[in-house]
Design a protein around this ligand. Structure first.
Ligand SMILES: Cc1cc2nc3c(=O)[nH]c(=O)nc-3n(C[C@H](O)[C@H](O)[C@H](O)COP(=O)(O)OP(=O)(O)OC[C@H]3O[C@@H](n4cnc5c(N)ncnc54)[C@H](O)[C@@H]3O)c2cc1C
Length: 486
């Protein structure tokens, strides 16, 4: 869907058409039907960057199988699972909202964007097996994960995910499995939500428009957007800007000049997948299987073997592998993005990051120089019988890791999402690798209150946004009842 509708002086301008802007825009309009919204997107199509189905794994960061959210064992041998609970809850909010959009007719045909796929954690070797057992005990004790199963029995594991066992030697293995996982096409849900938004009174979507200027005004923000086809630059004025520009967010924040952006930097890491279309292999796997991080790999680079359902077709995807790049965006980025993002206020932080994160530097060098044979070796940790002829390498999305100055430390790399908001809440931006991008729940509810304290949404909030219900268990039950999306 390409669109070029312009709304003058809207209440909100959103930059970017990925899953973050699309969800926020749809939610705001639903909560406050009178609100006027303009969205700008630099590419001709919508949600073509990180949110596009081929550019991410579509796991949703549900907190079920990602071992990076439960990294350590405590002194008593137990595993602290509080982070996994928090992440799971946030993703349930997203699913709850999408379920609401289907029930209310905002979106249709949910199978095109969400499908049930079991989530499996897989480990090998004695110490990892012991870790997974302790993690399972911690997880299954919480009602979110009560149905999670644990097994070291090869016959049972072969029943869950046969490829894990094919050709495997005699090493101890363990898995946990939960059937309630999903595979999500973030690009498709974004396009559906924006399609709905575009038909609403007082809302406009202009694709093929790059936001080139952000200037503080007496009442809010002056936003300049360039039509890439004609070269025409339009100026618009709004009370509130949401910068959901993914890799483009840093440069826009720098343009805004807000003090909160001072000292921020970004470091891009390209992603790559091995994908398999061979129907004989694809038909044997219906799971997202996450393992442990390899050596110094950052948490966002933990390997996984995923079922993906994209454009109605099932595919297997393995990775991600990291690739070198200086671009911040795949489609409309430039090789000068990284050098041009370096400013006097972030130079020292960026240099210190390089010096203090030598493991990460080594990891990136290793990843950037690896061959197909090296990548197949990693795949065979999961699928020992994998053959190179069945797999091909494709590009995934680029993650721009947020780099921030912190007190007492020269700098810190953020693998998660950074939400930057100025003091009067007139501009908010998302930076970072965004593994928690879909934690729409509490941040959404909180930011909505701060930014739009007077909207009708405060009264309407109960059906589309149940973020304020204090009883976690009751909310979870409500979510479970609404879960059967496809
Ligand atoms: C390899 C990989 C695997 C991942 N796996 C998962 C996963 O399993 N689960 C999960 O939850 N997340 C995953 N993610 C993260 C997830 O894909 C992103 O967090 C999410 O898609 C980000 O959405 P967004 O809307 O913030 O950004 P994007 O989808 O990147 O959208 C930003 C949009 O802004 C536009 N834009 C940029 N600059 C401008 C400008 N100046 N003017 C106008 N428009 C502009 C861009 O063209 C783009 O369309 C993964 C990411 C990668 C790279």
């Amino acid at each position: 869907m390409a669109s070029s509708t312009h709304i003058e002086y809207p209440d909100v301008i959103l930059i970017g058409s990925g899953v973050m802007s699309a969800n926020l825009a749809a939610l705001l309009k639903r909560l406050d039907p009178g609100i006027r919204i303009q969205l700008y997107e630099v590419t001709d199509g919508l949600a073509q960057e990180s949110s596009d189905g081929w550019n991410n794994a579509g796991t949703g960061h549900a907190g079920i199988c990602e071992l990076s959210y439960t990294p350590k064992r405590e002194a008593d041998g137990s595993v602290n699972v509080s982070k996994a609970i928090e992440i799971f809850e946030q993703f349930e909010y997203s699913k709850q909202f999408w379920s609401y959009t289907v029930a209310s007719g905002m979106t249709e045909r949910p199978k095109e964007f969400i499908n049930p796929v079991q989530h499996i954690s897989f480990v090998h070797g004695e110490s990892q097996v012991a870790f997974l057992k302790a993690r399972h005990a911690g997880m299954a004790a919480h009602h979110f994960f009560r149905e999670m199963e644990y097994s070291t029995d090869r016959a049972i594991i072969a029943g869950w995910a046969p490829l894990l066992l094919e050709g495997r030697g005699d090493v101890s293995i363990a898995t946990t499995k939960m059937d309630a996982g999903t595979d999500v096409n973030f690009g498709e849900i974004s396009r559906k939500l924006l399609n709905w938004l575009d038909q609403q009174e007082g809302c406009g979507i202009a694709s093929g428009h790059r936001v080139v200027g952000l200037k503080k005004s007496s009442t809010g923000w002056d936003v300049r957007a360039k039509n890439l086809a004609t070269g025409e630059v339009r100026e618009n004025r709004t009370k509130f800007v949401f910068v959901g520009a993914g890799g483009g967010s840093l440069s826009l924040l720098q343009k805004s000049g807000i003090p909160e952006a001072k000292g921020l930097g970004g470091f891009p890491i390209g992603g790559q997948w091995l994908i398999c279309d061979n129907p004989e292999i694809v038909s044997q796997h219906q799971a997202k299987v996450y393992g442990q991080a390899l050596a110094a790999a950052p948490t966002m680079a933990v390997p996984h073997l995923d079922t993906r359902i994209l454009d109605g077709k099932k595919t297997l995807l393995f990775g991600p592998f990291a690739a070198w790049t200086t671009k911040f965006l795949h489609k409309k980025g430039s090789i000068t993005d990284l050098p041009f993002s370096v400013r006097p206020d972030n130079l020292a932080t960026l240099l210190n990051i390089g010096i203090r994160n030598l493991d990460l530097v080594r990891y990136l060098v290793q990843q950037g120089t690896q061959s197909t044979a090296d990548r197949m070796e990693v795949l065979r940790i999961f699928y020992p019988a994998a053959q190179a002829k069945d797999w091909k390498l494709i590009d995934a999305g680029i993650r721009v890791q947020a780099i921030k100055k912190t007190d007492g430390q020269a700098g810190i790399v953020h693998y998660g999402t950074e939400v930057i908001t100025n003091t009067n809440h007139s501009i908010s931006a998302l930076l970072g690798a965004s593994p928690r991008c879909l934690g729409l729940g509490e941040h959404r509810a909180r930011s909505h209150k701060k930014m739009f304290p007077a909207t009708a949404g405060q009264q309407r909030g109960t059906s589309a946004d149940e973020g304020d219900d204090p009883d976690l268990r009751r909310r979870h039950q409500a979510i479970q009842e609404r879960r059967a999306l496809p």
